[in-house]
Design a protein around this ligand. Structure first.
Ligand code: F6P
Length: 345
């Protein structure tokens, strides 16, 4: 079995609350085992540029409640250009990294999968506020995002009620309606629209009209940014793609707000929550999950179980092959949506 003396850790993709608790737990657990930890700055970009920072007790002190990632992040794809892949492998050797912990979503863990196939000693930690990674019941960041979105819906309720308006709240969720549905249930939304089901505008307007007919002269519509109008393409705000080929989403809320107002004649306002859902301090749930993931990830390294990622199943932290997390997206559990729908209108 490989003796791990030095361990690299990086965070890639969109940031999310809970990353710092993972970095802290990785560092603390590794130090307990006598392993030195090297923080790699800005995801795979930092490994390409050999930009690192030492992680010791002092470096991770006080970061548990902090949002974002002290290591920085990027959406760099080292497999986009063949020369980058070579440089990455060289730098792993040059920096004397006996193993690597990659904390990220589908793209970062996709790269980790390829590296594992090339023989690099890598362990994955799944993260995304969208909660759409397979093989884990939850990812950290999701709970914080849901709490922020729920609070926003509560606030929209009081102003909607006062002005007798329709409020459309656009939340994140590129491919999956987890945040929209969870926050929509918790916040008592009157309609929830998700990427898994094309938006039927007439149905939405009918639900709102029915509410007015029974004396409810305000409504809250929650829409996931990845939701699509029937027959329309994804609504985007920018043309450019990132290095993994993803469009920047956002805009469905405004389109929907305009169409609902036109069709129903009721005054409508739109709030796009955007990155507020990713910023700030993680909830206790996300701090605990991040801590458990970080500790277990180091233990997988110590056990020589590379090519695995940590995962929450039930209330247990287990390990699964990294590719299981990224192979297919975990779209919304439609049983949850069925429950949400009972409160529509
Ligand atoms: O993947 C997480 C996520 O927050 C998505 O919900 C959203 O579409 C995307 O990241 C936004 O990415 P960026 O921060 O690059 O705009």
């Amino acid at each position: 079995m490989t003796t791990v003396r030095q361990l690299g850790v990086l965070t890639g993709g969109g940031d999310c609350p809970g990353l710092n608790p993972v970095i802290r737990a990785v560092t603390r657990r590794a130090i307990l085992a006598g392993v030195t930890v090297v923080g790699i700055c800005n995801g795979w970009k930092g490994l390409l540029e050999a930009e690192t920072t030492p992680l010791d007790l002092q470096a991770v002190s006080g970061i548990l409640p902090k949002g974002g990632t002290i290591l920085g992040t990027s959406r760099t794809n080292p497999y986009k250009h063949p020369e980058d892949r070579v440089r990455l492998l060289e730098n792993i050797k040059r920096l004397q990294l006996d193993a690597l912990i990659a904390i990220g979503g589908e793209d970062t863990l996709g790269v980790a999968t390829k590296l594992a196939q090339e023989g690099v000693h890598v362990v994955g930690v799944p993260k995304t506020i969208d909660n759409d990674l397979s093989a884990t019941d939850f990812t950290f960041g999701f709970d914080t995002a849901v709490n922020i979105a729920t609070e926003a819906i509560d606030r929209l309720h009081t102003t909607a009620e006062s002005h007798h308006r329709i409020m459309v709240a656009e939340v994140m969720g590129r491919h999956a309606g987890w945040i929209a549905t969870a926050a929509g249930i918790a916040g008592g939304a009157d309609v929830i629209l998700i990427p898994e089901q094309p938006v039927d505008l007439e149905e939405v307007c009918d639900l709102i009209r029915q509410r007015y007919a029974r004396g409810k002269d305000f409504s809250i519509v929650v829409v996931a940014e990845g939701a699509q109008m029937k027959k329309d393409a994804e609504v985007t705000t920018a043309e450019e793609l990132d290095e993994f080929g993803h469009m920047r989403l956002g805009g469905i809320g405004h389109l929907l707000g305009k169409l609902i107002e036109q069709r129903t004649g009721y005054e409508t306002r739109v709030t796009v929550l955007g990155h507020l859902q990713r910023g700030g301090s993680p909830t206790a749930f996300d701090r605990i999950l991040g801590t458990r993931f970080g500790v277990r990830a180091v233990e997988l390294v110590l056990e020589g179980r590379f090519g695995q990622m940590v995962s929450l199943q039930g209330n247990h932290i287990v390990s699964v092959p990294i590719e299981q997390g990224t192979g297919t997206l975990k779209t919304l559990d439609m049983e949850l949506y069925r429950i949400a729908k009972m409160f529509f209108g």
